[in-house]
Design a binder for this molecule. Structure first.
Ligand code: 3HC
Length: 702
């Protein structure tokens, strides 16, 4: 079969796009559709045309892998095809199932009507790739939905369910038997006369108050955190209301091209492929079948356990929530219920969804009834003896095929696995809090974890809507191991004279949701003192742990909870606090550290370069498989701005030599053992190479 199959049924030409996996609009598909429409128009026996996708999807958009290649600019370009569609004297109906995204929806918007099955979704997600819809989406969608809906839909790129899309005017009819009903719809249009194309419908975009755009910029702009595409999207939608179709289209083209050239677009497309690549594990053959996970038990009903249980329930997988403390279990179920009720009150779920999801979580008080689970995830506090006890119990209580996961964020997976008779089925399954929201799932392989277990957890991660990344077994795995460099470095800079406001401002302008010191205040410092006391015991001899957190706690400044920490708080508003600065200065004096001023540029380097250096060490040690896996972990687990592509991509973009220079400075200041440069980084810089060359260098022993 070619990329577009042509068949005539009941006087309707049915063009079936068959270009796996997602029917992207590659040159071959565009050419096939163009030829199909021309043939249908020329055939007197054909009254109308239906465009439909084969497989599980309509069309996922432009072929991203074609970007930057001659094929993307070759005729027929998408816009040429769209003009041909709109000029067709015979009505064209898009028959949508699965998803119609980006250029796929934009092509459907040049059809004379769109019908969809109820489960279908449509959307213009280009913003997630640092782009705007460049094939008329910003000009045609508001003509159907009005500008308010279009602004929200295109700046967020969200997928819109068919029923909602029908209400919004994007989809003309919900159908059941897609092909047959689309043919019927097309014949009806042919009988009534081909309707005008969307481009000629102007009622929803005339007389729009410019204030709508100003208000939207003011309201939504806060969420964009340094991304450039959303603001451009608002500009082009506004142009659609003030200019002629062709002028607005020219403006859209110009803005699309500019974004195509942007660093953010490159970074976001890197990220798109990174997330998909992370699921592929080189030593896990692609033909290994993941075990089906039909029921799960989560041990521990605290915030983490509850969040993990919700992640499964939300994805339709029944889950037992186990806690031997009846009161804690009741409390945990109460928190889950409340979380769902909050979602209901915000309108993000319906009452039926609440009932369904909550109904999938069964509280259980012991290990007697676990014969029907395919997987267990332990989420109790970080105590090796306790975890080993639980794993021994799970080993007896669950069926032999069941996978046993631990949500530990730092403990040794092998030591936990040694408490069972099935170490091949034991794996780290590290979720991030709140687990029902955060997308990162760090799977951690022990020395005996089998390929099947890894394949299962990676597939399960995708199934429950997470971004899974596989890490090796070490203290802190991929993410937390790097985190300490970021947070501790912020304190080193305070000692040397930077202020909390300056450090957090630089981090937040870079795109982090919250700077490291505001984050410390939010998380609270009392607990951190205990963790640091343990960490101090294993610190290399050449390193000194800053003690600002300890001083803050001694002064009763434990963070937001006490309305004072690195800042003072008026309710939730954070305010600079001279008392905090005095305390920092006194501690610097006590340590004999001279204070000086820092430029924003230096702060940025000192906050983020060490992440890249430590990431390189993880690659050297085989803790992370690829640099891009580290990007996926940091974007989804720690809020690293996705439009930078993640720390490793960003580091390479700004220059690995700069990262190396910072590592040399920090090694000299803070101790070479941990802060000094990674050998891999040194080699890459010396040889003018990048991350793609790392595997060969590592395999050759650096
Ligand atoms: N172009 C090229 N390859 C694509 C693609 C696209 N638009 N969309 C997905 N793929 C590839 C993926 O890289 C992956 O390849 P792999 O198997 O080799 O890793 C494969 O298709 C399957 O993708 P997923 O793993 O993501 O499959 P899912 O079933 O989970 O999701 C999807 C399917 C919802 C369609 C998801 O792939 C997706 O969101 N795709 C991107 C959609 C998009 O952003 N479209 C806009 C493109 S830009 C555009 O249209 C510009 C226009 O305005 C001019």
């Amino acid at each position: 079969m070619s990329t577009v199959d042509y068949a005539v049924q009941s006087s309707v030409a049915v063009l079936t796009v068959a270009y796996p996996p997602v029917n992207a609009l590659s040159l071959a598909v565009r050419a096939g559709l163009g030829e199909g429409v021309a043939r249908a128009i020329a055939d007197p026996a054909v009254k109308a045309i239906v465009v439909i996708g084969s497989g599980t999807i309509f069309i996922a958009g432009a072929d991203i892998s074609e970007f930057g290649t001659p094929n993307s600019a070759a005729e027929p370009r998408l816009q040429t095809l769209q003009a041909q569609f709109e000029a067709s004297p015979k009505p064209i109906v898009a028959a949508i199932h699965g998803t119609a995204l980006g250029g796929g929806l934009e092509l459907a918007l040049t059809c004379h009507a769109r019908v969809a099955v109820q489960s279908a979704k449509v959307g213009l997600p280009e913003v997630k790739l640092g782009l705007l819809p460049g094939a008329g989406g910003t000009i045609r969608l508001p003509r159907l939905t009005g500008v308010v809906v279009a602004l929200e839909a295109i700046t967020t790129g969200r997928h819109i369910g068919a029923v909602e899309a029908n209400k919004l005017g994007i989809v003309d009819a919900i159908v059941f038997d897609l092909k047959a009903d689309a043919i019927g719809y097309a014949l009806k249009l042919a009988a009534e006369g081909t309707p005008p194309p969307v481009r000629d419908r102007n009622d929803k975009i005339t007389g729009v108050d410019p204030k709508v755009f100003a208000d939207f910029r003011a309201r939504a702009g806060k969420k964009w955190r340094g991304q450039i595409a959303p603001a451009r999207i608002v500009d082009v939608i506004e142009a659609a209301t003030t200019r002629s179709f062709d002028d607005a289209k020219a403006f859209e083209n110009e803005q699309f091209k500019a974004l195509m050239e942007s660093d953010q677009r490159k970074a976001l497309i890197h990220y798109f492929f990174a997330e998909r690549e992370a699921r592929k594990i080189p030593d896990v053959p692609a033909d290994i079948k993941p075990l089906p996970i039909r029921k799960v038990v989560v041990i521990g009903s605290g915030l983490m356990g509850g969040g993990i249980a919700m992640s499964f329930a939300n994805a339709g997988i029944p889950v037992k929530l186990l806690d031997i403390d009846a009161e804690a279990l009741a409390r945990g179920m109460g928190v889950i219920r409340k979380t769902y009720e909050t979602s209901l009150s915000r309108g993000s779920i319906t009452q039926a969804q609440l009932d369904e999801r909550f109904g999938r979580i069964e509280p259980v008080g012991g290990y007697d009834d676990l014969g029907d689970v395919d997987m267990a995830i332990e989420a109790v506090f970080e105590d090796m003896a306790l975890k080993q006890k639980i794993f021994a119990l799970l080993d007896k209580a669950t069926p032999p095929h069941a996978i046993l996961g631990t949500n530990t964020s730092s403990l040794d997976i092998d030591q936990i696995a040694s408490a069972t008779t099935r170490p091949d089925k034991v794996i780290g399954a590290h979720f991030f809090s709140p687990a029902n929201v955060m997308k990162l799932l760090e799977a951690v392989r022990g020395s005996k974890t089998s390929a099947e277990t890894i394949a299962t957890v990676m597939a399960l991660g995708k199934q429950i809507g997470k971004a899974p990344v596989l890490a090796g077994n070490c203290d802190g795995f991929i993410g937390n191991r790097m985190l300490q460099y970021y947070t501790v470095n912020a304190e080193y800079m305070l000692e040397r004279g930077a202020t909390p406001e300056q450090i957090d401002r630089v981090a937040e302008q870079f795109g982090m949701a919250m700077g490291p010191l505001a984050m410390r205040d939010l998380a609270g410092m009392a607990q951190a003192v205990n963790v640091r006391a343990v960490r101090k015991l294993t610190l290399p001899a050449d390193e000194r742990m800053p003690e600002l957190v300890e001083r803050m706690v001694e002064a009763g400044r434990i963070g937001q909870k006490s309305s004072a920490g690195f800042y003072r708080y008026d309710g939730r508003e954070r305010l600079p606090d001279p008392a905090a600065l005095d305390l920092i200065r006194a501690e610097a004096q006590r340590q004999g550290i001279e204070q000086r001023s820092f430029t924003d540029e230096e702060i940025l380097a000192r906050l983020f370069h060490p992440l890249v250096n430590e990431g390189a060490k993880e690659l050297e040690e085989g803790i992370a498989i690829r640099a891009s896996d580290i990007d996926v972990a940091w974007v989804n687990g720690y809020g690293f701005p996705v439009h930078t592509g993640g720390p490793m991509f960003w580091g390479e973009q700004i220059g690995l030599d700069k990262v190396l220079a910072t590592a040399r400075t920090l090694g000299a200041e803070n101790g070479q053992t941990r802060w000094g440069p990674s050998r891999l980084l040194e080699r890459l810089v010396a040889e003018g190479k990048g991350w793609k060359d790392a595997p060969a260098l590592i395999a050759a022993g650096l």
